[in-house]
Design a binder for this molecule. Structure first.
Ligand code: BGC
Length: 366
């Protein structure tokens, strides 16, 4: 079977042949890969800035945003049958018996850093035709979400952020006001899916990004009932005047300078969530005293969040359904290309284009 793999040490990538995966073990499931979404992390791996092959291997099969269809199940598997749609999780627990999150299969909070991530760190990913995984690591997908379920993994990132915000704000001695303001930094897939999740929960959401006001992404934001503010036309002070009070900032741009500058405008009892992973950048000046003064005097919380746990995946699947109901067809507008594996390279390297590009394994493989 074919797979897209990267050899980080040689600085090469290619569609390669892999042996057939064989039959699943008693607790395992074999699934046919239907779709794999391409994200910034995949592009970083193909640019050789990140990504680690499994121990002893030279190549890493990439791909972590996956939708599959079950094709064979082990004899002990009860909740999945051939034909079922599934979304696999990305992160695998570390092997340290003292790492409670991993022991409890909540490896998105791994304490040791020795977790593996499919298609990213130490484990092959899903950009291949068939895959065998533990049944317990597969989320069943209702058939009517077939067209959009490849967005489950990227949406799960926003869902985890929202769960974190909720937990953090339970610190407050009164229930939060009904209408909270959220600023989403960045209009990539994580930003736009985040905007949808915030809107669903009743936030007044403002997306702040570089695209011009007449860009399809800006239109999509407005069609969600949210506000779009172009960062080229409005500085952060202008943004601050438009969003009062700034209760939550959800950073999904991976732009550290802008993010820390925005921190200055976060309001009393506010939460600032980082989800972007920036590459190494030269050190830059920051008004640290101002930031620190605000954090203390305004009871602010700044937190980072990565990957997602069971609850976040479940919420993502529920929210895909709610988004489809509330804004029919809007998720389709995130898809800018469905391509066969042979064309994946054009979307994995070079200039980034579109919003969510998807490798479609139901198209002819060549
Ligand atoms: C993935 C996460 C992963 C993170 C860091 C993101 O692109 O969506 O699942 O934890 O990269 O490797």
């Amino acid at each position: 079977m074919k797979a897209f793999s990267v050899r980080p040490a040689q600085h090469t990538y290619a569609v390669m042949e892999l042996p057939d995966p064989g039959l699943p073990g008693p607790t395992q499931v074999r699934f046919r890969v239907l779709e794999v979404g391409i994200c910034g992390t995949d592009r970083e791996i193909c640019g050789f800035h990140y990504g680690f092959p499994p121990e002893g291997a030279e190549e890493l099969v990439i791909g972590h945003e996956c939708l599959g269809q079950v094709d064979a199940v082990g004899e002990q598997v009860e909740h999945l049958n051939p034909g079922d749609l599934v979304v696999p999780v990305v992160r695998l627990p570390c092997s340290d018996a003292g790492c409670l999150p991993c022991v409890e299969e909540e490896q998105d909070f791994c304490n040791t850093g020795n977790f593996l991530e499919r298609g990213i760190k130490g484990a092959h990913g899903f950009m291949t035709e068939y895959f065998i995984d533990e049944a317990s690591r597969l989320h069943p997908v209702p058939p009517h979400l077939r067209k959009v379920a490849v967005l489950t993994e990227p949406l799960s990132i926003a869902e985890k952020a929202l769960l974190q915000i909720q937990e953090v704000q339970e610190r407050l001695p009164w229930p939060p006001p009904k209408e909270l303001n959220a600023v989403v930094l960045g209009a990539g897939p994580i930003g736009l899916l985040g905007c949808m999740a915030f809107q669903l929960r009743g936030y007044q959401t403002t997306v702040y990004s570089l695209e011009p006001e007449d860009h399809p992404k800006a239109e999509l934001v407005r069609d969600l009932g949210a506000t779009y503010v172009c960062a080229r036309n409005h500085d952060l002070e202008a943004l601050d005047r438009m969003v009062q009070p700034m209760d939550v900032v959800y950073e999904a741009a991976g732009a550290p300078r802008l993010a820390f500058q925005l921190l200055k405008y976060l309001d009393h009892n506010g939460v600032f969530v980082f989800t972007g992973v920036p590459g190494e950048k030269p050190a830059s000046e920051l008004d640290m005293a101002h930031i620190m003064r605000n954090m203390v005097l305004k009871n602010q919380v700044v937190l980072g969040t990565v990957n997602a746990g069971r609850k976040a995946y479940a919420n993502a699947l529920e929210d895909l359904e709610r988004i489809e109901e509330r804004w029919p067809g809007i998720l389709d507008r995130l898809f800018t290309a469905h391509i066969p594996l042979s064309e994946a390279e054009h979307y994995l390297v070079g200039e980034s284009r579109g919003i969510k590009n998807v490798v479609d394994f139901t198209q002819v493989l060549s």
